[in-house]
Design a protein around this ligand. Structure first.
Ligand code: SAM
Length: 215
């Protein structure tokens, strides 16, 4: 899968995208990540990307011409599925993650300041707006990384067999419920034990216990 990101802060991605599973996904060419610095599409000597809002008020708004220029220059010919990360968007769910994981090419547009000029959405340059929850973050970079991580876990070959995403919390296999609790060694820690069934070796009983402890 190809994933492109339009951002004012490409440097924010270097940690999370280059460790653990996301790093492996890129090394194995399952995920191909392209970061674009929005500043390069900015206007004039100062590469301005924002301006004050019509109607007045605090803060700055990201300019429609800059954003559209950037989106169009990335999606020449073939078109990615274009997502604007936004608190106004539809709240992210695991089933949305699964649907996005079936796309070949995604483009994430990260807002900043007060957000983007709404005409980017109204004019059809964005396919959908997604929110990662009912709270406000400084920019769309963290939400984009949340989505990239969640989507990459769904791609065949990204997780090892033992870590399959098919039976994780919110998966269809678990009826969109949360997984059962886990325990490992030591068997006792400061007076806290492990449920007897998990130590019993009785696989049928363990399966039943786990099923009963989905939430
Ligand atoms: N003025 C906006 C408001 O009150 O809704 C907040 C803008 S926020 C400071 C800047 C950018 O962060 C947004 O354009 C969006 O890209 C991103 N953002 C903030 N919270 C988000 C959330 N919960 N989900 C997705 N993106 C978010």
């Amino acid at each position: 899968m190809r994933i492109d990101v339009l951002t004012l802060f490409p440097g924010m991605f270097s940690g999370p995208m280059n460790e653990s599973i996301l790093r492996r996904a890129q090394e194995e060419k399952i995920v191909e990540l392209h970061l674009y610095d929005l500043r390069e599409f900015g206007m004039g000597n100062h590469r301005q990307v924002d301006d004050s809002p019509y109607g007045g008020g605090a803060g700055m708004v990201m300019r429609v011409d800059v954003l559209v220029n950037a989106i169009e220059s990335i999606s020449k010919g073939e078109q990615p599925h274009r997502i604007y990360l936004s608190p106004r968007g539809k709240r992210l769910t695991q089933s949305k993650v699964e649907k996005l994981a079936k796309k070949d090419w995604l483009l994430f547009v990260c807002g900043h300041y007060e957000g983007v000029d709404q005409r980017v959405v109204e004019g059809g340059w964005i396919d959908e707006e997604i929110s990662i929850g009912d709270y406000v973050l400084t920019g769309g970079e963290l939400p984009a990384m949340v989505l990239i991580d969640a989507i990459a876990r769904q791609l065949p070959g990204v997780l090892g067999k033992e870590e399959s995403s098919a039976e994780e919390s919110f998966s269809k296999a678990l009826d969109r419920r949360c997984e059962y609790p886990h325990y490992t060694r030591p068997e006792e820690f400061r007076g806290l034990g492990v449920p007897d069934i998990l130590l019993s070796g009785n696989h049928t009983a363990i399966k039943e216990w786990r099923q009963a402890h989905l939430e």
